[in-house]
Design a protein around this ligand. Structure first.
Ligand SMILES: Cc1ncc(COP(=O)(O)O)c(C=O)c1O
Length: 399
């Protein structure tokens, strides 16, 4: 096949061969080429259907190709693909209003950008700018992205070590350890950035007590509490934002992944008190808040709300926990809602592979080999959970 040839009916093998020939090989890929999707399902190039409990890495929040999201993108594409923030735009105005509508009380302002890493970079800059301090505290085992700034707040495996040194003035403490937080959060700390559920790190889940403790320490020292909700928000844990499960409000929330149901978009949502300190020129990005992405954001939030998908995330998460609890070899559960970590008595890698034999895509975590990770669309149904539980049962029995 020549480079310019357009072939809509390529086989899995042809697609994989082209990608491996022309892509810089940074990704370990599954032996699948996905070409379509609807709801919790994707279709591969050979016509096989897969139950997608990986969700394109937590991105397909409203399911694949939700008709309302697709229509909003199509309509916007026919009107205006892009204009930068140098002018106002109707799609951007509506998306900002939609985000404010689901943000915690006292959070009405958002900075729009393009990826989780970029959102975390912006949050770190906001912490430094608004406090006048430099030191940023984050968690051992946390993951905040791969650009140099967000990577500098990442202390998981090889990600930063391979590129050290990182940006100066980052400090790491053990997740869940309030005494360590007390030592690190002082009058010289600009901010603390953490994932409420350390997804890549092994699905370690913050308790209410820990988050309340961090809130109190940050209040005492004027340090910004920043939740990286790139995976947990919006809605995935059964509340719009993780802290709402426990009535704990951070000062800054970053989110990305599912916010546009697959159109690249990210957001830094700040409390009004923090937002009031950010000045013109403090941050910017060409593509942030582009009309196409904003149309996707508005439609995504409308679908989450109208179809009660946040409530569904809580219900399906509880159903998964109930359904797998009695399976031999399942030793525990981590996570919350539809960010679900099933702890096994064995490595999850071979289990993930065997689930593919049952037509199911699931994940593992680099931080804990024994954790099977589910990040499915929030449209997941009761019967799809049953299908998964039956398959996991068979796989764990070695069938
Ligand atoms: C918690 C968390 N933060 C940040 C990121 C980085 O997001 P992105 O890949 O969109 O830059 C990720 C990506 O997996 C993530 O899981």
């Amino acid at each position: 096949m020549s480079v310019n040839e357009t072939d809509t009916a390529m086989t899995t093998a042809e697609i994989r061969e082209l990608e491996s020939r022309y892509g810089i090989p940074t990704y370990a890929q599954l032996p699948i080429a996905v070409v379509g999707g609807d709801g919790s399902w994707v279709t591969d190039a050979d016509g096989r259907r897969w139950l997608d409990l990986y969700g394109g890495h937590a991105v397909a929040l409203t399911g694949h190709c939700h008709p309302r999201v697709v229509k909003a993108i199509q309509d916007q594409a026919g009107k205006l693909l892009f204009y930068s923030n140098v002018v106002a735009n109707d799609a951007r105005a509506r998306a900002l209003r939609s985000i404010a509508g689901i943000a915690p009380k006292g959070f009405s302002r958002t900075f729009l950008c393009n990826s989780g890493s970029e959102a975390n970079e912006a949050a770190i800059k906001i912490a430094r700018r608004t406090t006048g301090r430099r030191r940023v505290v984050s968690m051992i085992n946390g993951f905040h992205g791969r650009t140099m700034g967000s990577l500098s707040a990442t202390a998981l495996g090889h990600y930063l070590a391979d590129y050290a040194p990182g940006v100066p003035d980052h400090e790491f403490i053990p997740f869940g350890d309030l005494a360590a937080a007390e030592r690190a959060i002082t009058d010289t700390a600009a901010g603390i950035l953490l994932e409420p559920i350390q997804s890549m790190g092994g699905m370690w889940t913050a308790t209410a007590e820990y988050l309340r403790g961090l809130r109190a320490l940050c209040d005492r020292h004027g340090t910004l509490l920043m939740f990286d909700e790139v995976q947990t928000g919006p809605g995935r844990t059964g509340a719009w934002w993780y802290g709402e499960n426990f009535d704990v409000q951070p000062d800054v929330i970053t989110t990305a992944k599912g916010l546009g149901s697959g159109v690249p978009v990210a957001a830094v949502i700040a409390s009004d008190a923090v937002a009031a300190k950010v000045k013109e020129g403090d941050q910017g990005t060409t593509f942030g808040g582009g009309p196409l992405a904003c149309a996707a954001v508005e439609a995504t939030i409308a679908v989450l709300r109208d179809e009660h998908l946040v409530e569904n995330a809580a219900a399906r998460g509880a159903q998964i926990a109930d359904a797998v609890r009695s399976i031999a070899g399942v030793t525990g559960m981590r996570g919350r809602g539809l960010l679900s970590g099933i702890v096994l008595d064995r490595d999850a890698g071979p289990v993930v592979k065997a689930l593919r034999g049952h037509g199911i895509l699931a994940g593992s975590t680099p931080g804990d080999a024994k954790v099977l990770r589910l990040l499915p669309p929030l449209v997941l149904t009761e019967s799809e959970v049953e299908t998964f539980a039956r398959a996991l049962h068979a796989v764990m029995k070695g069938a």
